[in-house]
Ligand binder design. Sequence first.
Ligand code: FES
Length: 310
Amino acid sequence: MMLKLVVRRTTEIADDIRELVLARSDGGPLLAHPPGSHVVVECGTRRNAYSLTSSGIEPYEYTIAVLRLPGGNGGSEQMHRFRAGDRVAVSSPRSDFPPVSTAARHLLIAGGIGVTPMLSHARDAVHWGRDVRLLYGHQAGKGAYVEELARLLGGRMQRASGSEEFAGLLREALVSQPIGTHLYVCGPASLMDRVIEEATAVGWPPQRVHLERFTPAELDPGQPFTARLRRSGRSVTVPAGTSLLDALEQAGVPVANMCRQGVCGECQVPVFAGRPLHRDEFLTQDERAAGDSVMCCVSRSETEHLEVDL
Ligand code: FES
């Protein structure tokens, strides 16, 4: 369900990064959420996911920060046009990047605008006295929330504004953590891939590495396949270049959806037979391996047929 919220304030917090503070028009409380949660916001004809920066404890406001992406899908330009008093449709918070309660330490690694969920994590960790470290890579002069993070974390934050400096600090951070540390990564795809590659190379188990991608991966058109709908007994052909969600909608089969980018989790459909080709950012590694559900807005099928609960 989409909430109708009001833009309370907008602030340019760094070059091309605008913070929006959203609240109920009557000033009432909003749903609490775990650190690292995101909301999906209607921006023009698009719906984009944005991380909430607050810790999520008894919120009266939801705060997000949006990087302007000229030439992107247009959503960020629209977000930068919002002014105080405008009404915005916003989903309830979704959590798929929470802190692991049993972690001995939380090592946060952020690049650019990927710092937004880390601010939420940092606030929560400081509030509850949990061990936390942050490595924040950003272009010189373009860091967001730098002063606030420095206040929260002091010497537990390291910043790097060049790729060599970042690489050095990353290497050191990945090999110097106590046993039981969990790693959280958010930022541009290239930075995330690099962190994952290096973490894997020095032996981090995937169960202790948690990712939040804020831009969907570039997707290829994929192979055609057939969706078999168990409840109705129908079959729907999904051509290359058409998503399973689009094919279902074109066949008159409605499926709940929101972001259509594989990030919000709304379009998850149980799978009974066949092997999904997961291309979303929502399912965990264990859920992917189980193969018993598919995010039909972006994911496809490895097998010729995929039988789903529709
Ligand atoms: S609609 Fe959001 S993950 Fe599919």
